[in-house]
Design a protein around this ligand. Structure first.
Ligand code: ADP
Ligand code: ZN
Length: 207
């Protein structure tokens, strides 16, 4: 099965994608995680995208499309995949359509205030990428899963989050209509707890 996770920053795309890939046994492809890994390792790509990401802007389409294309031609993607954070613009969606037949687009619907609370309270594990929230873990500084160090993403500051929300409205929100027209859109209320959101997604894609 080939799925896309759509939604504002902090809507829970990454959290849900991680659970869905365990169920579907397909790879989880997060463009944000690919970029962050490159930033950590100071690769030419990482150096190129660092400032753009820290400011909450979008990486140019040509770069992003190329990276996703290269990833999706790897053999483990033959049986399907869950895309998290891609596509994020109309040109990206059109490029993806020309290469892959997507089954469903899961649209995680959530209010802006919740998005701001989630992202600005987020702590991410440097080692395994697992995300936590200070509302749950308080001042904890190590990952409960792997013991890695928790850090605040440079784009999880309030200023960058507001910019990301604006980018979402301008570039990404139009994709809701785009996929609705194709009959692929599954709307999910993502204000709920992660487990409830997950169950709603699985119900919808089982049909
Ligand atoms: P979130 O969904 O919480 O905003 P992501 O990890 O998906 O976080 O993305 C982090 C950042 O990486 C984005 O704000 C953007 O700068 C960059 N990025 C990720 N995916 C894309 C994409 N498809 N197109 C352009 N930029 C992207
Ligand atoms: Zn960890």
């Amino acid at each position: 099965m080939k799925l896309i996770m759509l939604g504002a920053p902090g809507s829970g795309k990454g959290t849900q994608a991680k659970k869905i890939v365990e169920y579907l046994k397909v790879p989880h492809i997060s463009t944000g995680e690919i970029f962050r890994k490159n930033m950590r390792e100071n690769t030419p790509l990482g150096i190129k995208v660092k400032d753009i990401i820290s400011e909450g802007r979008l990486v140019p389409d040509d770069i992003t499309i190329q990276i996703v294309h290269e990833r999706l031609i790897e053999p483990d993607c033959k049986k399907g995949f869950v895309l998290d954070g891609f596509p994020r613009s109309l040109p990206q969606a059109v490029a993806l359509d020309s290469l892959h037949k997507i089954d469903y687009v899961i649209n995680l619907d959530v209010e802006n205030e919740i998005v701001i609370a989630r992202t600005t309270g987020r702590r991410t594990c440097k080692t395994c990428g697992t995300m936590f929230n200070i509302h749950e873990i308080g001042g904890e500084i190590v990952c409960a899963k792997c013991g890695g160090e928790l850090y605040i993403r440079t784009d999880d500051t309030l200023e960058a989050v507001l910019e990301r929300l604006e980018m979402y409205e301008e570039k990404t929100r139009p994709l809701v209509q785009y996929y609705a027209k194709q009959g692929k859109l599954v709307n999910i209320n993502a204000d709920n707890e992660p487990d409830k959101v997950y169950k709603a997604i699985i119900e919808a894609i089982k049909k």
